[in-house]
Write a protein that binds this ligand. Structure first.
Ligand SMILES: *Cc1c(COP(=O)(O)O)cnc(C)c1O
Length: 340
């Protein structure tokens, strides 16, 4: 059996999710009359205490739409150097928004208010691009799934308000943070102008992300999405999976976090494990000795029936998810010990 921990995107819909999809009432979403899409968008907006939401094909698309909405040609966006919007979106900020990024060196991808304040360009200086947006990521993928203290975000929000900057959240895994902190989505809705959430990660949907914000911003995003070719028709079959996941798959993320910690304990004793990043949610990153390349390790793991990804020259990432049970964990243990 192949134990696939390459990402939490590899999950397949559960039987109950498939039934919800099969039963979905659909329409034509470009005409705005797919009731399942409308229900999902409304539900997500309400959860975060916002006015509106737009259902999209990917988290890359929802982030890119947000950045486009909040910037002008030649803007600068402040984010951490580990950000998904910088590392993993194909240079989309340059392509879609003709804007540049100011990359900061945070704590495992988390910024402080002081760092943000110091990074804002002087709008009177014509040498410098005008700072229009701050983008945070929570949980932080490249930082090993760590999450922010909400007080740090509140302080960043204050800096944004004082400097007339918009604040966007790449919340692909925001629910992984919320189940750990006990905070509510509304608290996040109050702090951010726009929030992107992924349904296809820990929540276990086959496809989909939502951008959540005020009516005006989401209306603009809808126009840009159409121009990008992202208008879709009977998308309600996918939206129904999203609604099902928001109702049923949030609380269980704690199980993924527990299993990630158990993977950490298993790794601790192994000879090829030099160092393990702190495990805060469902992401496990460990470091190999300098004599071992992550690419070689990942290849060997694959031959042994374990899926993981290269996360740096000597770094390997595992991600736990809905299709990784306690039974799979014990198979994982056998397999990884054999690699050793
Ligand atoms: C997965 C992910 C996204 C979006 O990825 P897509 O594959 O485009 O859906 C955005 N941000 C973070 C932090 C992610 O992990």
């Amino acid at each position: 059996m192949f134990i696939d921990l390459r990402s939490d995107t590899v999950t397949k819909p559960t039987q109950a999710m498939k039934e919800a999809m099969f039963e979905a009432e659909v329409g034509d979403d470009v005409f705005g009359d797919d009731s399942s899409v409308l229900a999902l968008e409304q539900k997500a907006a309400q959860m975060f205490g916002k006015e509106a939401a737009i259902f999209c094909v990917s988290g890359t698309m929802t982030n890119q739409l947000a950045i486009r909405v909040h910037t002008q040609i030649g803007s600068e966006v402040i984010c951490d150097k580990y950000s998904h919007i910088y590392l993993y979106e194909g240079g989309g900020v340059a392509l879609n928004s003709l804007s540049s990024l100011k990359l900061l060196d945070g704590d495992r991808g988390r910024l402080t208010a002081q760092q943000v304040r110091d990074a804002i360009n002087n709008p009177e200086d014509i040498h410098q691009p005008i700072t229009h947006l701050v983008s945070l990521e929570n949980t932080m993928n490249k930082g090993g799934g760590c999450f922010y203290n909400i007080s740090d975000i509140q302080a960043i929000k204050q800096v944004c308000v004082e400097n007339n900057l918009k604040l966007h959240l790449d919340g692909a895994r925001i629910f992984n943070a919320l189940v750990e902190t006990g905070e509510s989505p509304q608290q996040y809705g109050e702090l951010f102008d726009t929030i992107s959430i992924c349904l296809s990660k820990g929540l276990g949907c086959p496809v989909g992300s939502l951008l959540i914000g005020n009516k005006d911003d989401i209306k603009k995003a809808r126009r840009i999405r159409k121009a990008m070719g992202g208008g879709w028709r009977q998308a309600g079959f996918l939206a129904a999976a999203g609604t099902y996941a928001l109702d049923n798959h949030i609380a269980r993320l704690r199980d993924d976090h527990l299993r990630a910690k158990q993977i950490g304990s298993i790794l601790e004793g192994l000879p090829f494990v030099e160092n393990i990043y702190p495990i805060d949610t469902n992401i496990v990153i460990f470091e190999l000795p300098k004599t071992l390349l992550a690419s070689d390790f990942v290849e060997k793991a694959k031959e042994s029936g374990l899926g993981c990804v290269v996360f740096g020259k000597h770094l390997v990432r595992f991600v736990t998810h809905l299709d990784f049970s306690d039974t799979h964990l014990s198979i994982f243990e056998d397999k990884i010990k054999k690699i050793a």
